[in-house]
Design a protein around this ligand. Sequence first.
Ligand code: SF4
Length: 382
Amino acid sequence: MKTTKPRSAASALSSDSALPHDARWRQPRWRSDVRRRLLDWFADSARQLPWRGTQDRYRVWLSEIMLQQTQVVTVIPYFERFTKRFPTVADLAAADEASVMQLWEGLGYYRRARQLHAAAKVIVEQHGGVFPGDYPSVLNLPGIGRYTAGAILSIADGQRLPIVEANTQRLYSRLIASTTHPSDRAANALLWDFAEQILPRRDSGTFNQAAMELGALVCTPQDPACSQCPLQVRCAAHGQGLETTIPGKVKNVQYEQRTEFALLVRSRRTDKYLVYRVPDGQRWAGLWDFPRFGPPHADSVQAAAEQAQQHFDVSVTVGSPAKTIRHGVTKYRITLQAFHADTDAASRNCDDRKWLSADQLKTLPLSVTGRKLAQYLDHLTP
Ligand code: SF4
């Protein structure tokens, strides 16, 4: 069960002052100077963004979820389309999942969209359609953790709640020259302690946005622009020449090569293609895809055809290779080999399975590779 109170430095894993870092940030004067410098810089340098300046929790929530692991420039058109189609949380709750997924298609990390939709339903059912304004209720919504709850309530309501996300994690680690990687629990607790204590009494939301903005625009991961940074004189990492070595790298991921097979199963009777809705718990759950199989169930296209018979009850004749797509998902480096395949099976539609023409596939929310294969079929269509 989720923690339902804002955790202070004392109630979280306690911040460990024995960790290597520069402790000058514990002086009130240091913190007030950093606040002033950062807020002055933000007043001059903040980007105009479609979600900036709003006090609508729904819009702040949406922007924060979309921005997770995703660049601002990518998010802007998605945010605008999404809020146009679903202007309120009640509109989002009332939507069917396919239309939510379709608007999300291409933004990646699709679990976010499904949790957003689930949370909207909870807000309608348990909060009368009004996005809650108290921390425990927000933290209990699907897909919302400590950072997102703090961001929503500080930005929309000015509540004094800290945040630590990718940009602030890097910025704060450098400011205090914390040389232990933030994935370490104690180092992470130190950063939350810092984030809480650096907050001004008022305008916490502006401060949080300013810190994220400085991290995004100036204190960037590879090449921080220290000469343009308003915090340079206070930055311990810069003082020690450690700005490019903090926060350091996580252990190298060991990638695994994997070959999968997709079947572009065409009905000889209707000239339509078989797609299915990816079930819960699988990669791209909620999106649609062509039948696709890989290890340990299929190590060849013939084995994939047998899997198609078992899973979809269609007997297929495998034809020529169609397209090869290389892509990465978590630790896997996947080579997807797609083949044409024909069937005489009846092409009946149901909730989680459809037979569609190349043209009809354009309106369905598809997985990333599914979209590429649909475009490939569309190009083949005279
Ligand atoms: Fe980041 Fe450099 Fe500014 Fe320090 S001085 S906060 S390392 S940009």
